[in-house]
Design a protein around this ligand. Structure first.
Ligand SMILES: Cc1cc2nc3c(=O)[nH]c(=O)nc-3n(C[C@H](O)[C@H](O)[C@H](O)COP(=O)(O)O)c2cc1C
Length: 329
């Protein structure tokens, strides 16, 4: 198997600096196993498996099928009531990498380190990156503009070298990386690895509806819009007729409830619940309510491939791009 060695691959003891990014409703056991077996690190959001028994079973299956490093994404904000249990089961099953998002990762870092696992934290700016470095994180995932999910506002061209310059821990690039060319660019900018989401929606192993995969293949970067309707904070989706009909902002009454001190506590989980339900309906079967989560790298996705084929393609293209860079004479 080919290898690309970086501080990330040394830390994770894997062959390729590629993380299969955790994707709500998309990442599954088959994808995690295939990406890890191909030399990267496959990861998934713990909440993709509900109830908790299904999550434990998923971890068991992954561990039965691969001994390579695997990762779990834990949302570390207060609304996630399962985080302590999710962390414990993951550690019991020898999960090697944790990706934290949306809150304070301190407890995950402490417990993971006691068990020899590593923790990398999603960040979109230097302030947050310095905080998690101070807490003991093993790396940051720099989520730049154009990413799928909750994209950051800063261009990856600036975000990656900015964080690289200011931090002592490895920086992993996320957002807009979908092939060997974008991976080479990210490593040139100073990243130790890339975290790839959108490209893997259009993989054979994903259990999402065929229409979702086809939409990712067909869409152009200009079809991606940011909506607050799913979670209250801007998230990237494909601009389907249903998204256009609903508008990109919360209806006035939900906004009002979200912004009032006394109703906020109930309004935020309600917005999440409604948004997740809509995403789930669109991801799992045909519906006219199509809200499909994806980032701008849809423009670089031309076909549905297996995870192994996607990983091979990354390495092949990376080699070509690096070889063809103009030398200094
Ligand atoms: C469909 C979809 C679902 C996602 N779900 C999650 C999630 O549950 N937790 C999380 O931390 N990030 C999530 N993300 C963000 C990804 O982990 C990753 O940061 C992002 O996809 C990278 O950008 P890219 O899509 O341009 O590759 C999601 C992204 C997509 C496209």
């Amino acid at each position: 198997m080919k290898k690309i060695e970086t501080s990330f691959t040394q830390m994770m003891k894997c062959d390729l600096p590629i993380i299969g990014a955790p994707m709500f409703l998309v990442s599954n056991v088959d994808m995690v196993v295939a990406i890890s077996e191909a030399g990267g690190v496959g990861t998934f959001p713990a909440l993709n498996y509900r109830p908790i028994e299904a999550y434990r079973e998923a971890l068991q299956q992954m561990r039965a099928r691969t001994q390579k490093p695997i990762g779990v994404n834990i949302i570390v904000n207060k609304s996630n009531t399962r985080q302590t249990e999710d962390l414990k089961h993951a550690l019991d099953h020898g999960v090697n990498l944790f990706i934290t998002s949306l809150g304070n990762p301190k407890q995950v870092i402490i417990d993971a380190h006691k068990n020899g696992a590593k923790v990398v934290c999603d960040v979109t700016n230097l302030e947050h990156a310095l905080k998690v470095q101070e807490m003991g994180a093993d790396g940051v995932i720099a989520v730049g503009a154009g990413a799928g999910g909750h994209a950051g506002p800063v261009s990856p061209l600036v975000l990656i070298p900015w964080l690289k310059k200011e931090l002592k821990i490895p920086v992993i690039a996320a957002g807009g990386i979908a092939d060997g060319r974008t991976m080479a660019a990210s490593l040139a900018l100073g990243a130790s690895a890339v975290s790839v989401g959108t490209r893997f929606i259009a993989c054979k192993e994903a259990g999402v509806d065929q229409s979702y995969k086809d939409a990712v293949v067909k869409a152009s970067p200009e079809d991606i819009v940011m909506t607050t309707r799913i979670s209250g904070t801007p998230a990237a989706v494909i601009n389907t007729p249903y998204v256009q009909k609903m508008g990109l902002d919360l209806p006035w009454y939900l906004k009002l409830l979200k912004n009032q001190k006394f109703t906020k506590k109930f309004a935020v989980p309600l917005i999440h619940l409604l948004g997740m339900k809509t995403l789930e309906t669109a991801a799992t079967g045909p519906t006219w309510k199509t809200v499909w989560s994806a980032g701008q790298s849809v423009g670089l996705v031309d076909e549905i491939l297996s995870c192994q084929e996607i990983m091979n393609k990354f390495v092949r293209e990376y080699e070509e791009v690096v070889r063809e860079l103009p030398p200094v004479r």
